[in-house]
Design a protein around this ligand. Structure first.
Ligand code: AMP
Ligand code: GLY
Length: 422
C-alpha cells in the first residue's frame, strides 16, 4: 500500500522512519516533509491545509492510507473532507473527524466533555465578552496563580499563567480583546493544579484502544525548566513516576471514560488521543487533550514500539484494533532537541548543518531542515531531535548528548538537563 504522511516536523520524520520499515508499505509520500523525511519517501510540496491539493496527490499516487501528523488539518476537517468525497471516502485517514478534533480545537468543548464524563480535571469557567463579570467573580474565588487558556488553537502559545489577580484580570480582558485573534474570543479560566506532568498516548479505532509508551517532555527553553515555553526541548520514555499503579488510574479514570464518552456522543474517533496529564499526589488529572501524537515525544516513543505501526493503523481503520499486536520495548528512549539560537523568539533559518556523518548510535529526526544546493540547512526553530535507546535512562541520555555535541550549525543550542528530574 502507498501511504501519505501529512506534516513536516520531527514527529513526521519519526513516523516516516517507522512506517518505511513495515512490509505493508510500498511507496511512502510526505507532504510537505523535510530533508530527513526525503530519505524514506517522496516529499510533496503541499500546504497541510490545502485539501484539494492533498486530494489530487492522493489520487495521482494511488495512496491507500493517510496519516495526519499535526492538529491543524484535523481541526479543519481533513477526515470529514475525505468521507464526503466519492473517490476518497474508502481511503483510511489516521486522525479524528473534526467533531473529535474539538478535544484539541476547543478547550471549552474539552472541559465540558470531561465534566460530562466525570474525567478528573481542574475546575473551570468559560468566559466571553458577554459574561465577563461572572468570569471575574470566578477568578476571585480561586487561589493564585491563575490559568487562562484561549479556547481555540494558538500554536501552543494560548495558555497564560499569572501570579497577580489584577494582572490576570487585565490579561483576561486583553485575551477577549483579540490577543490570540478569534482563538481567544472565548477564554477558559482554570484552577491551577500543582504536580508533575507526563504525556500519555492512546491509539483508538473508536471502540478499542492501545496505550502507547508514556513520555515526559521538557517545554521550557532553559535548564531547570526555566524561561519561555517552546514546542518541546526533549523527551524521555518511560517516566519513573508513571508506574503501573498510576497508569492503572489513568486507564480507568481517564482513557476508558474518554473513549466511551466519544462513542456515547456519536463521535467515530479514529486516531491518536494525547492526554496531557498532571499527577497531583499520585492522582492523574487531564491538563489538556491533543488529537495527535506529541512532538518531541514521538521521537522518543517511536523507538519503543516494536510492532508494525502500519498493521496497528489498519486495525484503527478496520475497527479491529483489539486483534492487532502492540509490543513495547522495555528499554529507555530519549530525545534531545537541537534548536536555532534565539528560539523561541526570533531566530535565523538557512544555516548549513554539518557533521551528520559523525553521528553513531543515535537516530536524527529532522524537525526543521531543508535540502538546498549547499547541503542540509536549518528551516525552523527546532532543527533536529537526537534520539537514542538504551538499557537505562542514563545511558540513553549519554548517547544522545554525545551525538548532540557533534552536529554543528551556527548558534546551535540544546538543553543539557533532559531527564534531570526523574
Ligand atoms: P496546555 O497548552 O494546555 O498544555 O498548557 C500549557 C502548560 O500550562 C501545561 O503544560 C502546564 O504546564 C500548564 N498548565 C495548563 N493548565 C494548567 C493547570 N490547570 N494547572 C497548572 N498548570 C497548567
Ligand atoms: N510536546 C507537546 C505537544 O506536542 O503538544
Amino acid at each position: 500500500m502507498n501511504i501519505l504522511i501529512i506534516g513536516s516536523g520531527g514527529r513526521e520524520h519519526a513516523f516516516a522512519w517507522k512506517i518505511s520499515q513495515s512490509p505493508k508499505t510500498e511507496k511512502l509520500f510526505i507532504a510537505p516533509g523535510n530533508a530527513g523525511t526525503s530519505e524514506f519517501g517522496t516529499n510533496l510540496e503541499i500546504n497541510i491545509s490545502d485539501f484539494q491539493a492533498i486530494r489530487k496527490a492522493v489520487l495521482d499516487n494511488q495512496i491507500g492510507m493517510v496519516v495526519v501528523g499535526p492538529e491543524v488539518p484535523l481541526v479543519e476537517g481533513i477526515h470529514d473532507f475525505f468521507l464526503a468525497d466519492e473517490l476518497l471516502k474508502g481511503i483510511p485517514v489516521i486522525g479524528p473527524v473534526s467533531s473529535g478534533a474539538r478535544l484539541e480545537g476547543s478547550k471549552d468543548f474539552a472541559k465540558e466533555f470531561m465534566f460530562r464524563h466525570h474525567i478528573p480535571t481542574a475546575s473551570y469557567f468559560s468566559v466571553t465578552s458577554n459574561n465577563l463579570e461572572q468570569g471575574l467573580d470566578f477568578l476571585k474565588g480561586l487561589n493564585a496563580p491563575y490559568v487562562l487558556k484561549a479556547d481555540g488553537l494558538a500554536a501552543g502559545k494560548g495558555v497564560l499563567i499569572v501570579e497577580d489577580l489584577s494582572e490576570t484580570e487585565q490579561a483576561l480582558r486583553e485575551m477577549l480583546g483579540g490577543m490570540f485573534g478569534k482563538s481567544s474570543e472565548t477564554v477558559v479560566i482554570e484552577e491551577f493544579l500543582s504536580g508533575i506532568e507526563c504525556s500519555v498516548f492512546a491509539l483508538t479505532d473508536g471502540k478499542n484502544y492501545k496505550i502507547l509508551p508514556v513520555a515526559k517532555d521538557y517545554k521550557r527553553i532553559g535548564e531547570g525548566d526555566t524561561g519561555l515555553n517552546t514546542g518541546g526541548m526533549g523527551a524521555v520514555s518511560p517516566v519513573s513516576f508513571a508506574d503501573e499503579l498510576f497508569m492503572k488510574k489513568v486507564e480507568e479514570r481517564i482513557i476508558v471514560p474518554t473513549v466511551k464518552g466519544l462513542q456515547h456522543e456519536g463521535i467515530d474517533y479514529k486516531g491518536f488521543i494525547f492526554f496531557g496529564l498532571i499527577s497531583v499526589n499520585s492522582d492523574p488529572f487531564v491538563i489538556e487533550y491533543n488529537v495527535r501524537m506529541g512532538d518531541p515525544e514521538t521521537e522518543a516513543v517511536i523507538l519503543r514500539i516494536k510492532s508494525d505501526l502500519v498493521d496497528l493503523f489498519e486495525g484503527v481503520a478496520n475497527g479491529d484494533l483489539s486483534e492487532r499486536e502492540l509490543v513495547i520495548d522495555p528499554e529507555f528512549a530519549v530525545t534531545v532537541m537541537l534548536v536555532a539560537g534565539g528560539y523561541p523568539g526570533d531566530y535565523k533559518k538557512g544555516d548549513i548543518i554539518s557533521n551528520f556523518d559523525k553521528v553513531e548510535g543515535s537516530i536524527l529526526f529532522h524537525s526543521g531542515t531543508k535540502i538546498s544546493g549547499s547541503g542540509i540547512i536549518t528551516n525552523g526553530g527546532r532543527v533536529i531531535a537526537v534520539s537514542s535507546k538504551a538499557r537505562n535512562l542514563k545511558e540513553a541520555l549519554k548517547q544522545s548528548y554525545y551525538n548532540a555535541s557533534k552536529i554543528q550549525f551556527e548558534n546551535v543550542y540544546f538543553r543539557k538537563d533532559i531527564g534531570f528530574d526523574l
